[in-house]
Design a protein around this ligand. Structure first.
Ligand code: MN
Length: 628
């Protein structure tokens, strides 16, 4: 579990189907607080984080962090638009779901105490929910939560056809859609989903999709083991079929877990409608979810579209409005929300579909077109990366990807996923696969982002020959075209010269980002993890402690603070430049590290980093990308 030991909070991973708050807790001795010895004992540094409870707490923090970040994102987006309906209104309209706080009690039952005994004070489920449950109810709710990652206890007690708040953009209310639209087949992928959640998804799809448009529902079971997903679900589906004779409900069952990409593709294979909507099963669709998507696809069959997801809280199952945003990713291929391209906002109409670099996982596409361009890469394992692969493939092979604000789906953001405890290995492997097939001369950026050696990394990415042939056959554009035209916000990292730990050859110590927050790099025994990762640009910047994937994010530059100051600095590069500090360094592997502006050098005196007159101390950066 070494990879889990360092704090690099990988925030977003907001991919639907895999909403995952996965953190790698990169902690060094100094960050963890006390540092008693010079020697970094890896077991010690990691040890304090190895206990499960601590990890869970960290996960909670990351979850909160994600929510905060999402909230910030929402605010930024909000500023860009003239939206009169306030989020608050929507929240007010939102379902008042308080089963745990129901007032009616049996006469003879003791009235709920304000201080009811909290059996699971540390459980995220009970942080903001379930204050007045009896002890037995708490036990039941907690057990279900641990199994599913969301509040099944509550879900089992809510109506299957509960109303959802109308969270659409104002402009959507005026839009009308023609009657003659392509038919849709909805594919629901699930693995040990709670029965009531699955039923509610089906109910909402049937109730909120016009009968003439909803041709079929395809249920793909990726080898669930839950007993009630057999007989009980069968019975419910039978009742739906009787109620809706014109609707085809198809079952696809895998006898082993195939992973998201394969499961989704198997749903596509079973479909017959004009359009396929490949959704998660822990969703509820809003009224008028299908028409805006089908309209876009009717206008251009090469457009792959995604609705906007609202968040359904994992604890109280309330619906929280999310504003439309592009589905983006970083070089590790974690997904994230991002504003649309600047042009989008010139129209001042937040109900307009916006172009997006990728999809988060849920996708709606012309069935045949999706087949023509290769559906999904079924060589992807378990989870992760397949959504980015689709985005790149659609764009470079002749189509486009859009997020459609007037189509809304409420999606439960699970607290944890049933697939496996640590999805990082699958993410990494799938990302390398995307790189190998699609990223041409940029493919090593994936290695950089994951800190994987360029060669001989020993990770098996499977057979890519078929997918490479597909790319050739479809005559897809180069990845550079995608970066230049579709996703210019992604920093191409094309002028990086070297990366890895920056070691002083005279003292054998490494440069480390030092305490965070803080602005002073320090020397430290070389351990080669995140806080010591340095990146040297051809332009002369030396980043310490990481590199950002997006141009809109600033990196932290090693800085000569100037004047008489001898302590090196670590500042956001733009800020340091504005303050007139020197951020450009002349450096040759195995030689001195000299600031271009001040002509002083980064050196080590008594194991302490200083900026001083150059005395010829030598530095080496771990890995060269290009000779320099
Ligand atoms: Mn999901």
């Amino acid at each position: 579990m070494r990879a889990v030991s360092f704090k690099r909070v990988v925030l977003i991973a907001g991919c639907v189907g895999l909403l995952l708050y996965l953190g790698m807790f990169l902690r060094t001795g100094h960050e963890a607080g006390e540092r008693t010895g010079r020697q970094l004992d890896p077991d010690r540094a990691v040890g304090s984080f190895s206990n499960l409870e601590r990890s869970l707490n960290n996960l909670t923090k990351i979850l909160r962090g994600f929510e905060r970040r999402q909230d910030v994102m929402q605010k930024i987006l909000e500023e860009d638009r003239d939206t009169q309906r306030k989020v608050a209104d929507v929240l007010q309209q939102a379902m008042q779901i308080r089963v745990g706080q129901k007032e009616q009690q049996h006469e003879d039952a003791p009235a709920p105490q304000k201080k009811s005994n909290k059996l699971f004070p540390n459980s995220p489920l009970f942080k903001d929910w379930g204050q007045n449950l009896s002890e037995d109810e708490q036990k039941e709710a907690q057990a279900l939560f641990e199994k599913y990652g969301y509040n099944v206890f509550l879900s089992d007690r809510l109506p299957l056809d509960r109303p959802l708040p109308d969270t659409r953009e104002k402009g959507c209310l005026k839009r009308t859609y023609e009657k003659d639209l392509p038919t849709v087949g909805v594919v629901l992928i699930y693995l040990n989903e709670a029965l009531s959640i699955l039923k509610r998804a089906l109910r909402s799809i049937i109730d909120r999709t016009p009968k003439r448009l909803l041709k079929e529902i395809i249920m793909v079971d990726d080898n669930s083991s839950n007993e009630n997903l057999k007989g009980d679900l069968d019975a419910y589906i039978k009742s739906l079929e009787e109620e809706n004779p014109g609707l085809r409900i198809t079952r696809v069952r895998h006898t082993e877990q195939k992973g998201l990409a394969f499961a989704r593709a198997s749903g596509w294979r079973a479909a017959t409608a004009d359009v396929v909507a490949i959704l998660d099963a822990h969703i509820e669709v809003h009224e008028l979810w299908a028409e805006p998507l089908l309209t876009q696809i009717k206008a251009d069959r090469t457009t792959v579209v995604s609705p906007v997801f609202d968040r359904v809280n994992f604890d109280d199952l309330k619906v929280i409005q999310y504003l439309p945003a592009a589905h983006a990713f970083d070089w590790a291929l974690w997904c994230m929300y991002e504003g649309f391209a600047p042009d989008y906002y010139k129209h001042n109409d937040s109900s307009r579909p916006g172009k997006s670099p990728s999809v988060m996982g849920i996708l709606v596409a012309d069935r045949k077109f999706l087949g023509e361009i290769g559906v999904l890469d079924e060589g992807m394992k378990i989870y992760g990366g397949e959504n980015v692969e689709l985005g790149i493939r659609v764009w470079t092979c002749g189509g486009s990807v859009e997020v459609v604000p007037c189509s809304k789906i409420a999606h439960i953001e699970r607290f944890h996923k049933p697939y496996m405890p640590d999805l990082t290995p699958a993410m990494k492997r799938n990302a390398l696969r995307v790189a190998e097939i699609w990223m041409d001369e940029y493919k090593h950026n994936i290695n950089l982002a994951w800190n994987i050696p360029f060669e001989n990394h020993g990770i098996d990415i499977g057979d890519v020959s078929e997918r490479k042939k597909l790319r050739e056959r479809l005559n897809c554009k180069p990845f550079k075209w995608y970066l230049d035209n579709v996703y210019p916000k992604l920093d191409p990292w094309d002028n990086l010269l070297a990366y890895g730990a920056l070691k002083n050859l005279d003292s054998e110590l490494c440069v480390d980002q030092g305490p965070v927050p803080g602005d002073t790099p320090i020397s430290y025994d070389c351990h080669y993890y995140g806080p010591q990762m340095a990146y040297y640009r051809q332009t002369g910047e030396m980043y310490i402690g990481g590199i950002k994937s997006h141009k809109y994010n600033d990196n932290r530059c090693l800085t000569d603070r100037g004047e008489k100051k001898t302590e090196p600095g670590l500042f956001n590069c733009k800020e340091a430049m504005q303050k007139g500090m020197g951020i450009y360094w002349d450096f040759t592997q195995g030689k001195e590290l000299k600031n271009r502006q001040t002509k002083r050098c980064l050196e080590m005196v008594n194991r302490v980093l200083v900026i001083q007159e150059c005395t010829g101390q030598r530095w080496k950066i771990q890995n060269l990308i290009k000779d320099f």
